[in-house]
Design a protein around this ligand. Structure first.
Ligand code: PEP
Ligand code: MG
Length: 310
């Protein structure tokens, strides 16, 4: 742990070989994931505070937990995600009805349709902690499907005084309409785990379909490109915080598609940093074009490997 911490601090900000900055952030699911020296947090999952609870944690309890995590990253940016629960991640206090098909049911932001006060309390706690924090807090919702959902979430978050409000892109409809979402939001963060599942109609919990869930699927790359291009046109950041961001061979492709930040587990940061530092932005764009054009994930990998050798 001590070595991992020292390494993160030593790495410094990430740039492509020609100086184009790419922010590298940590994915955090609890205090045990905290690493000093990190440039910031791209995905703070908040489920840890709610798991196994019969009652919702109070606003005061949530505020204290968020503030402790925020203050572990002074001077950086921390992107916190509101509760991502559903029938697949059951939270007793939500008392969600059993679902035939939880991945397509009331999960993520949709749970606020049944229990609006849970989201409202969480936003109040985040806003109060953000006001006292030594980092810049960005807040995003999981499983947003439509521009109206984005608009409602943004209005609610801003009513609590939150300044940087965004959404995860995990549903193809949201990627296809990213420009419309960005009319209401300050940033987007692509969750490739769910976006892959919904793009390929392949359950991410089902171990039998790894080829369809491969983050190199060109169809997934196309949707990432759409969201990134919408961000570029609007001048707003679009990151990736799913597992895809932790693959050092895929990271240059994602940057070439127009993604402005990557967020991953601490263990992946140094390899991704090295991969990006070794390539120019033009090379990243060439790799991205090849991967997007490939017929399947194996061909995408091979095209990128071949260009990297030459
Ligand atoms: C994702 O779907 O890619 C993501 C980062 O969210 P989670 O893995 O928590 O569903
Ligand atoms: Mg997800």
């Amino acid at each position: 742990r001590a070595r991992a911490q020292a390494n993160l601090a030593d790495l410094g900000p990430c740039r492509t070989q020609d100086g184009h900055p790419v922010s590298l952030y940590l994915n955090i699911g609890s205090v045990k994931d905290v690493r000093s020296g990190a440039q910031g947090v791209g995905l703070l999952r908040t489920e840890f505070l709610f798991l196994g609870r019969k009652e919702t944690p109070s606003v005061a309890e949530q505020r204290a937990a968020y503030l402790e995590l925020f203050n572990a990253f002074p001077g950086t940016r921390v992107v916190i995600r509101t509760l991502d629960a559903g029938a697949d991640k059951p939270l007793p206090f939500l008392a969600l009805p059993a679902e035939e098909n939880p991945a397509l049911g009331v999960r993520g932001l949709r749970t606020a349709r049944l229990r609006p006060e849970v989201l409202d309390d969480q936003l109040a706690a985040i806003a109060s902690a953000a006001a006292a924090a030594s980092c810049e807090v960005w807040t995003m919702a999981p499983m947003v499907a439509t521009p109206n959902e984005a608009a409602e979430f943004a209005a609610q978050a801003r009513a609590h005084g939150l300044e940087h409000v965004g959404a995860m892109i995990e549903i193809p409809a949201a990627a296809l309409r990213a420009a419309r979402l960005l009319e209401h939001l300050d940033f987007l963060s692509i969750g490739t785990n769910d976006l892959g599942q919904y793009t390929m109609a392949a359950d991410r919990q089902d171990g039998r379909l790894p080829d369809l869930l491969d983050p190199w699927q060109p169809a997934l790359l196309e949707l990432i490109a759409l969201a990134a291009e919408a961000g570029g046109a609007a001048g707003k950041p679009v990151g990736v915080c799913g597992e895809a961001a932790a693959d050092p061979r895929l990271a240059p492709v994602l940057v070439g598609l127009g993604v402005t930040s990557l967020s991953m587990a601490a263990a992946a940061v140094s390899a991704v940093h090295a991969a990006l530092s070794a390539r120019t932005l033009t090379q990243c764009r060439d790799l991205a074009a090849k991967a997007r054009d490939a017929v399947d994930p194996a061909a995408a990998r091979e095209a990128v490997a071949e260009m990297s050798r030459s």
